[in-house]
Every structure is written in C-alpha cells, then in structure tokens.
Design a protein around this ligand. Sequence first.
Ligand code: TRP
Length: 329
Amino acid sequence: MGEEVVFSGIQPSGRIHVGNYLGAIKNWVKLQDQHLCYYCVVDYHAITSPYEPGAFSQAVLDAVAANVAAGLDPDRSVIFVQSQVPEHTELCWILGAVTPAGELQRMTQYKDRARVRREVVNAGVLTYPILQAADILAYKGTLVPIGEDQAQHLELTREIARKFNAAYGPTFPEPQVSFSPSPRIMSLSDPRVKMSKSIPGSYLSLMAEPAAIQETVARAVTDTGPTPGGEMSPGVATLFHLLDAFAPGETAERFRAAHRQGGLRYSELKAVLAECLIERLEPIRRRYRELMARPETLKDIVRHGTARARPAACATLEEVREKVGILKV
Ligand code: TRP
C-alpha cells in the first residue's frame, strides 16, 4: 500500500466524455498502482443541483459502471457511493462549526450558481464545500486529484483542516492537490470553450458507438481563420491532443511533421484519429455494457467499496467526536 491516501469525488451526472477521461479518470487509474485510493460517487453533492429523483439511483450506478469500465479497479481502489457512508454527512456538520461562513460565500462555484439560478439558491449549494472537505478528511486524505475548477474548494478543505486542528488538536493532514498532467481538452465544435456534455457536438462520449465517433470527429472545427505566424489553431491543437492520448506516438509525430511542412490533410488526420479512438474506446464500451447488464454485480461493487470505506470513516469520526467533546455513553 502506498504512502498517500488519495481521495476524489465523482459527479453522477451525465455521460463521461474523453475530456473527463483525460482530465481526471486516467490520472485516477494511474494513482491506483501506488496508493490507497478512495473514489466516491458523490450523490449527496449532486442533489443540490436540479435532478430527476426517479432516475437518480440508476444514474449513480451508471457512474460506477462508467468509471469501472474506464479503469477504476474495485479490488485495488475503494470505489463507493457517498450516501452509503453516513459518516460523511455527520462530519460535514461538525466541520461546519469551524468553517467561516464568509469563505463559503466567496466560492466562485457558489457565486456562479447563485447568479445563474434566478430562484433562491438552496443552502446545500452554499455548504457544498464543507461536505467535500468531510469526504476527504473522513479518510485523512493526503492527495486529491481534481480538475482546476476545484482548486478553490480544496484550498478551503485545507483551511477547514487547519481550523479544526487549531481548535481541537492535530487530527487532519492538509491534503495536497494533484492536477492531471494532460492538457485541457477543448470543445470539438468551438475550441474556445471546454469540452462539455451540455453542448451537443462539443464532446466525444467515452461510450460512443464507432459511427458516432466518426461523425463527431469529422465535424470537428479545424481552422477558424488564419493564425498568426502559422501557429496551430486551437481546433487543430485539440485534435493533436487527442492524437497524443489515443494514437501511437509515431502516428502523432508523422502528422506533426506534416503540419510543420504545411502538408497536413485534415481529412486524413481525422480519419486516423477516429480509427484510434474507436479501437481504444472499444474495450471501455464493451465493459460498460457488460456491467450495465448486470445490476447485481454493480451493486456488489458498491457494497464491497462501502464495506472497506465505512470502518475507516467510523474510526475518524470516533476520534473527532471525542476531541470535540461529544457525549459517549
Ligand atoms: N466537487 C467535486 C466536483 O464537482 C466533486 C467532489 C465531491 C470531490 N467531493 C470531493 C472532489 C472530494 C474531490 C474530493 O468535481
């Protein structure tokens, strides 16, 4: 078992695309080799956004299936669902007592969501980062692989850990952040914005069928106009990032050389990229389909993960309750 305790949260919302895969999951998969990793589907976070109750538990299992298909290994990593370990929400309450309310109001994610939703923003959106801190600290997590959009939340987790330690004595490590080494993958339909599952045509689902992969890649924006100094345009750069991730090294090199010499044919690049994507994603799609056809296997994965996560969270909570001075009878 490794020296770090890795923790990350997985949103159960929507389908995973290659941007999520390269930006997060691939990093999680790699960390499994060296460390004790907790990967948690954060269903209690998700219900702070509009969602469909009737489809929700299936969406949670779907997220488990997709991430396992993409390489998270339930035997090596602790793969589980947040709501199944009630110590997260209990710790969230206790940590709320050392969290400055002003910090919560300063979170950009909260401000964005408060601005977008014209109706009154719910309190869960405000306290969301405390639950995130509780997720990590329940396992005394030391390393948190996340996207850059979560950096501010992690900074607050560190502050909450410091505040708790200062009030009640050394208890929690201050977790470090780990960003994915791969470049951010931009939208295929508009390379100025991030690949996003809310914009059709912008993303490539990890579970896409070959025909859909071909079509999405064929439609991807390449040049949007002349680029200064013959620089690679953002759309072409995205295609190269995908080639780097999914094609053999010499293939990417061959196309780079062609680009430098001004002889790059986009149609050829796209055809090769689509082929590589189809080939590399095929096992993921197959495994996903197998898992989705076996809900009991999926539930077993969740039960197995819960059985490993819960004792660790309970041990932390016992220590925390005692330090905080909670009655024990
Ligand atoms: N807020 C994170 C996101 O939207 C998900 C999350 C919840 C998380 N708890 C976490 C990430 C703990 C890392 C650690 O992506």
